[in-house]
Design a protein around this ligand. Structure first.
Ligand SMILES: Cc1ncc(COP(=O)(O)O)c(C=O)c1O
Length: 341
């Protein structure tokens, strides 16, 4: 099933590679693969480019001159939006809630290099999503007074349009998995604003794929998140006419570890393991957390011996350079340096 909607082809080397991970497979007694959506070609790469293919197209259809989006101060989505806006000649403003960090590092630094403007609104203690929506409206009104035509992208690009990026990716992945005879694997993916998870879920269902999907919540996933995911599903189901329900959704919620983007030793250990076994860099907020959960689930025997597994690498490596993560990595890695006379 394909949904016809305009898109700007940003992924010049689509499909992204699906690699076998021999060292990890041998070490963990499972057949492990990785889907390299971090190797997408703009702004350092990552999952948001698939969503932006559709969002950017909609922005251009509406003749927008400027894109406004939002996220945490270290949003990967903001960085990638800044990159594609730059490439297509649009201005970009990223709205965040919180305090101005004492360092302009990691994604924030890249946002600046890519020419985006960052607006940080002080947290007044109310719901962050609500504050972001309000702040984006204020920014929109202000820029439109100056003659800009603004196109607003919600957090993580997770709306019915952005959803289509990973809806498409499901067919791409299924085809790759079938070609390698691993089409009954379980796919593990980090779930934040949920557009990636939901797109894959619906995309796999729509083509009756044999792949299983397991989302790993990277932020507390309580009743309000469950409700939001269900509503998001209902929205796309009605809009695109799906004939399946959301009863097969599987999101692991027990590996959040201290909350969104909080430094965590187990996640850093998982990052070291992937880096030192396969030479692949993960990030501390999303993919490292997903992989740490995967390792725990193996330890807890939730993933059977010999099972075929596909890890979705959704990008995000600049997060390693965020001060709170970087300083802990630095402390742990001092022994890596030897000085000789
Ligand atoms: C690197 C990375 N992986 C995974 C995700 C989660 O994707 P989603 O927000 O669509 O759930 C994000 C979201 O920002 C991300 O930046």
């Amino acid at each position: 099933m394909s949904i016809v909607k305009g898109k700007v082809a940003l992924l010049s080397h689509n499909p992204t590679p699906l690699h076998y991970l021999p060292g990890l497979s041998q070490d963990l007694f499972r057949e492990i693969y990785i889907k390299r959506d971090d190797l997408t070609p703009f702004g350092g790469g990552g999952n948001k480019l698939r969503k932006l293919e559709y969002l950017l197209s909609e922005a251009m259809e509406q003749e927008a001159s400027l894109i406004i989006t939002c996220g945490g101060v270290q949003t990967n989505h903001g960085r990638l939006t800044a990159a594609v806006a730059a490439k297509y000649g649009l201005k970009c403003i990223i709205v965040c809630i919180g305090d101005k960090p004492d360092e302009m590092n990691a994604n924030l630094l890249l946002d600046g290099i890519l020419g985006a403007r960052i607006v940080i609104k002080k947290d007044d203690g109310r719901d962050t999503g609500l504050q972001m929506t309000e702040a984006m409206e204020i920014v929109k009104t202000a820029v439109e007074k100056k003659g800009e035509k603004a196109y607003v992208i919600p957090m993580g690009g997770s709306n019915a349009t952005g959803f289509l990026g990973y809806f498409d990716c499901a067919s791409e992945l299924d085809e790759q998995a079938r070609a390698r005879h691993i089409d009954t694997s379980t796919v593990y993916v980090a779930a934040g604003s949920m557009g990636t998870y939901l797109g894959l879920y619906c995309g796999l269902k729509a083509i009756k794929s044999n792949l299983n999907l397991c989302g790993i919540a990277i932020l507390p996933f309580g009743d309000s998140q469950k409700k939001r995911l269900h509503e998001y599903f209902q929205e796309v189901k009605e809009l695109y006419g799906f004939d399946f329900d959301d009863s097969d959704m599987h999101i692991e919620t027990g590996y959040v570890r201290n909350g969104y983007n909080e430094p965590d030793q187990t996640v850093r250990n998982a990052i070291y393991k992937m880096a030192r076994t396969e030479g692949i860099l993960l990030d501390p907020c999303y993919t490292g957390k997903m992989f740490a959960a995967f390792l725990d689930m193996i330890g807890e025997k939730k993933i059977k011996l010999g099972r075929q597994c596909i890890l979705m690498h959704t990008g995000g490596f600049p997060g390693i350079y965020t001060k709170e993560h970087r300083l802990l990595f630095e402390q742990e890695l001092q022994d890596a340096i030897t000085v000789i006379e």
